[in-house]
Design a protein around this ligand. Structure first.
Ligand SMILES: [Zn+2]
Length: 71
């Protein structure tokens, strides 16, 4: 008998089989990317967002990742 652990996806609130998702704790890649976009939106204001080039955006992401590794 297979034990199925169902959890709720933080992005879409859908219940899914935790052990079978490749994108834990999200149910799918789409929800993972949506969550990533949400913290990116919070990283800078709307005004400064317009001035950011794609290059700047990569730097923001790298800084965020380094912070997480250090914690
Ligand atoms: Zn989801």
């Amino acid at each position: 008998m297979n034990k199925i652990l169902k959890i709720k996806c933080p992005t879409c609130d859908e219940k899914f089989d935790y052990s079978r998702s490749e994108f834990r704790p999200f149910c799918c890649e789409r929800c993972k990317l949506i969550d990533l976009g949400q913290w990116l939106d919070g990283a800078y204001t709307l005004e400064s967002k317009e001035n950011l080039s794609e290059e700047d955006l990569e730097i923001v992401i790298e800084e965020k990742l380094e912070q997480e590794e250090n914690e």
